[in-house]
Design a protein around this ligand. Structure first.
Ligand code: NAP
Length: 248
């Protein structure tokens, strides 16, 4: 059963990792997919071609999610090209880890801009369209680190915790217009973002997870399909941990 047939989704940061997995799952479920990337033009073009073979419409846009005007422009272009915006997945994110003692102001500001301000930018950009349509599903990618905190990630944890507060507020403001806003808090998902980590650290993390493995982009994408589809029509303002039981 195709759960997203005829819906149009914008997914930020889908040239690789979790975003790419979400784009693939959405397309398999019949959604038209507009996705963004920062600089990986080659992988974005390959993904665009791959998705278009699935019989849906897909297009990649180079767009900086941290830039307010660029987000407005993107939403206008997607609306003109696709005709509607039913789903927004704010997935783009970066890390600039360091102990607070060594964390520079730039590393704090950059992470807040790309991870948190981007969510404000994109939500503002699609709000009018979703209000007119009287429906919409917004999915924001936080992290277990935003729920629990993490030494060496004060900037990242602050951005991811901010997403949860923002998302709940949007759920309260827009619920009466049938616009839902939910958060996914992934645990340890094995992507290029985590490939930078030391292998021994990664091993010990896997062992500490109740399900005894790191997650995959598909694990996150499947929950996104649920939140994007009408199966979750009565779910808003929630944070779903997808972490193999890590925070349990
Ligand atoms: N992996 C994990 O374990 C994990 C755990 C919890 C939460 N998360 C969150 O899940 C999301 C995806 O993580 P990931 O592991 O898939 O990351 P990733 O492999 O590093 O991919 C990040 C994606 O975001 C894009 N991007 C970066 N900065 C951008 C910007 N300013 N504007 C638009 N796009 C931008 C990148 O584009 P380019 O390829 O062009 O750079 C790429 O497509 C992030 O928000 C992350 O914080 C990940």
């Amino acid at each position: 059963m195709k759960l997203l047939q005829g819906k149009t989704a914008i997914i930020t940061g889908a040239s690789r990792g979790i975003g790419k997995g979400i784009a693939q799952a959405f397309a398999e479920h019949g959604a038209n997919v507009a996705f963004t990337y920062s600089s990986s033009a080659e992988s974005a073009n390959a993904l665009e071609t791959e998705l278009n073979t699935l019989g849906i419409k897909a297009k990649g846009y180079q767009s900086n999610a941290a830039d307010f005007d660029a987000a407005q422009k993107l939403a206008e272009e997607v609306l003109a090209e696709f005709g509607s915006i039913d789903i927004l997945v704010n997935n783009a994110g970066i890390t600039k880890d360091n102990l607070l003692m060594r964390m520079g102001e730039d590393d704090f500001d950059k992470v807040i801009e790309v991870n948190l301000k981007s969510v404000f930018n994109m939500t503002k950009a699609v709000q009018r369209t979703m209000l007119k349509q009287r429906k919409g599903s917004i999915i924001n990618m936080s992290s277990v680190v935003g729920v629990k905190g993490n030494a060496g990630q004060a900037n990242y944890a602050a951005s991811k915790a901010g997403i949860i507060g923002f998302s709940k507020s949007v759920a309260l403001e827009l619920g009466s217009r049938n616009i839902r806003s939910n958060v996914i808090a992934p645990g340890f998902i094995e992507t290029e973002m985590t490939a930078k980590l030391d292998e021994n650290t990664v091993k010990s993390w896997r062992e500490a997870i109740p399900l005894k493995r790191g997650g995959t982009p598909e694990d996150i994408a499947n929950v996104c399909v649920f939140l994007a589809s009408d199966l979750s029509a009565y779910v808003t303002g929630q944070t779903i941990n997808v972490d193999g039981g890590m925070l349990t």
